[in-house]
Design a protein around this ligand. Structure first.
Ligand SMILES: O=c1nc[nH]c2c1ncn2[C@H]1C[C@H](O)[C@@H](COP(=O)(O)OP(=O)(O)OP(=O)(O)O)O1
Ligand SMILES: [Mg+2]
Length: 204
C-alpha cells in the first residue's frame, strides 16, 4: 500500500487525513508511528511559516517526502486570536479542554451575531529534490456558547457550521471533510499529488 507520512503528533488531525486519503489508497502514518520522538518547535508567526518549518525539518531528518499541517481558529471578536497560538492558547501543555474553556469565558455575554470565526489550515509538502509547496483552506462558522457533540478534536465542540446546521463535533469524519479547512486544503493538494509523487521518482 502507498504510504504517506504526515509530520504531526496530533492524532485528531491524523484521523482527518485518513478519511480524506483512505479512498485514494494511501496508508496514513504520523510521527507517533516512528520510533524516534520528533517535535518541531513552532517559531513562525503565520500558519504558512509553521507548516513549512514542520514539513522541511521532518523531511530533511528522514530523507523522504512528508506533509505537514498548521492550523487554528481565528475569532473576529478577539482580533483573530487564538490564531497560530491555538494549540497553546491556555498554556504550553496543549490542552483542548482548557483552550475551549478560555475561549468560552472570553466570549461570555457576546451575542451570536458577534461570534463569527473561521478555521484555517495550511498544508506544506516537502521532499528531497522538490520545491516545498503549500496549500490552504478555511471554514467559516460561529462560536457556540457551550460544547456540542463528541466527534473530531480541538475546538470542534464549540464551532458551529452554518452550512451543516450542526457543531463540527456533531459531524461524521466524512461530513467534516466536505466543509472543513483541512478538507479544502487537501482537495487542492490532491490535484497536485500525482505530479509531486512523480518528481520523487515514485518514492511512495
Ligand atoms: O479541524 C479542527 N478542529 C478543531 N480544532 C482544530 C482543527 N484544526 C486545528 N484545530 C486546532 C487544534 C489546535 O489547538 C490547533 C492546531 O495547532 P497545530 O500546531 O497546527 O497542531 P498541533 O500542535 O495540535 O499538532 P502538530 O503541530 O504536531 O501537527 O488548532
Ligand atoms: Mg503544533
Amino acid at each position: 500500500m502507498k504510504k504517506i507520512l504526515i509530520a504531526t503528533n496530533n492524532k485528531g488531525k491524523a484521523k482527518d487525513f485518513e478519511s480524506l486519503f483512505g479512498p485514494y489508497g494511501f496508508e496514513v502514518q504520523t510521527l507517533n508511528d516512528l520510533e524516534q520522538d520528533i517535535d518541531v518547535e513552532e517559531t513562525g508567526v503565520t500558519f504558512e511559516e509553521n507548516a513549512v518549518l514542520k514539513a522541511e525539518t521532518v523531511s530533511k531528518l528522514l530523507g523522504i517526502m512528508v506533509i505537514a499541517d498548521d492550523s487554528g481558529l481565528e475569532i473576529d471578536k478577539l482580533q483573530g486570536a487564538p490564531g497560530v497560538y491555538s494549540a497553546r492558547y491556555a498554556g504550553e501543555a496543549k490542552n483542548d479542554e482548557a483552550n475551549i474553556d478560555k475561549v468560552l469565558s472570553e466570549l461570555q455575554g457576546v451575542p451570536e451575531e458577534e461570534r463569527a470565526a473561521r478555521f484555517r489550515c495550511v498544508l506544506a509538502v516537502a521532499g528531497p529534490g522538490i520545491e516545498t509547496v503549500t496549500f490552504s483552506g478555511s471554514c467559516e462558522g460561529t462560536i457556540l456558547e457551550e460544547r456540542r457533540g463528541s466527534n473530531g478534536f480541538g475546538y470542534d465542540p464549540i464551532f458551529y457550521s452554518p452550512e451543516k446546521g450542526r457543531a463540527m463535533a456533531e459531524l461524521s469524519p466524512q461530513e467534516k471533510g466536505q466543509i472543513s479547512h483541512r478538507g479544502a486544503a487537501l482537495r487542492q493538494l490532491e490535484a497536485r499529488l500525482p505530479q509531486l509523487l512523480d518528481a520523487l521518482g515514485g518514492q511512495q
